[in-house]
Design a protein around this ligand. Structure first.
Ligand code: ADP
Ligand code: MG
Length: 234
């Protein structure tokens, strides 16, 4: 995977972020698991895509103008047949057209195994430089702001402490009958973002922000189902 080329292409096209597919390719090149996926350009590509992947599938809008895809009806999950996929793509197209004419296609991907939705992020602090964050997805980050931050590079001990210090950690550990998330997989992902060899340091000067929201963590593994890379333009 040529990360520099994919960043240069995006900048040349006037973008400040990478598209989801390119972002996931970078994550995968760092050893973070991502769902198998295909980019479909038209809704009539559904049958072919369905045949090549293992359902149930997810379909998502791909447009540089749409950042929060589900907010506009741009994400459909649990798609169980080629017919369902085609109607999902048609519905996504209609929803997206209310916002933009610039539809590049649809990312069709396999569902991650059920688990906890967590957020792993990297950003660049004016004072401290690259930093890494961790929290539970959805309301836990957005409403309760139950998140942990560290300055890069982190060690595996720091990564484990980031998990331990969350007020909501009991949920990750299976409280109230939930799944017990693989903390080892979370530590591993945090290292790949914020560790000595992680992306925030390796791509410093090129990427200012990385958002994996969500990383879905089951008992066994962690899968990055969304990826946003913010680029530095110089
Ligand atoms: P956005 O954040 O732009 O709205 P996401 O790609 O994060 O879009 O998808 C929205 C939600 O759909 C995720 O938070 C997750 O719950 C679900 N989802 C997306 N992709 C997958 C996938 N491959 N497997 C399982 N669930 C998924
Ligand atoms: Mg998301």
């Amino acid at each position: 995977m040529d990360i520099d080329a994919s960043i240069a292409d995006a900048l040349k096209a006037g973008r400040d972020t990478l598209d989801e597919e390119s972002g996931k390719k970078i994550l995968a090149s760092y050893g973070i698991k991502v769902p198998l996926s295909l980019l479909v350009t038209q809704p009539d590509g559904a049958a072919d895509a369905f045949a090549k992947l293992n359902g149930p599938l997810v379909a998502k809008i791909v447009s540089p103008d749409i950042i929060h895809k589900s907010d506009i009806g741009g994400v459909k999950v649990g798609i169980g047949s080629a017919e369902e996929l085609e109607s999902a793509l048609n519905e996504i197209e209609t929803a997206a057209k209310a916002h933009t004419d610039n539809i590049e296609g649809y990312l069709v991907e396999e569902m991650a195994p059920a688990g906890h939705e967590v957020v792993v992020g990297g950003s660049t602090d004016q004072t401290f430089g690259p930093i890494v964050m961790f929290g539970l997805g959805g309301i836990f980050v957005e409403v309760l702001a139950d998140v942990a931050f560290r300055i890069c590079p982190i060690t595996t001990i720091d990564a484990q402490e980031m998990i331990d210090e969350l007020k909501t950690v009991k949920l990750l550990r299976g409280a109230r009958g939930g799944i017990r998330a693989s903390e080892e997989s979370i530590v591993d992902t945090l290292m790949k973002v914020g560790g000595e060899q992680g992306m925030m340091l390796a791509l410093e000067g090129k990427v200012t922000e990385i958002d994996v929201n969500p990383l879905i963590v089951s008992e066994k593994e962690a899968v990055a189902v969304d990826a946003r890379f913010v680029l530095k333009r110089d």
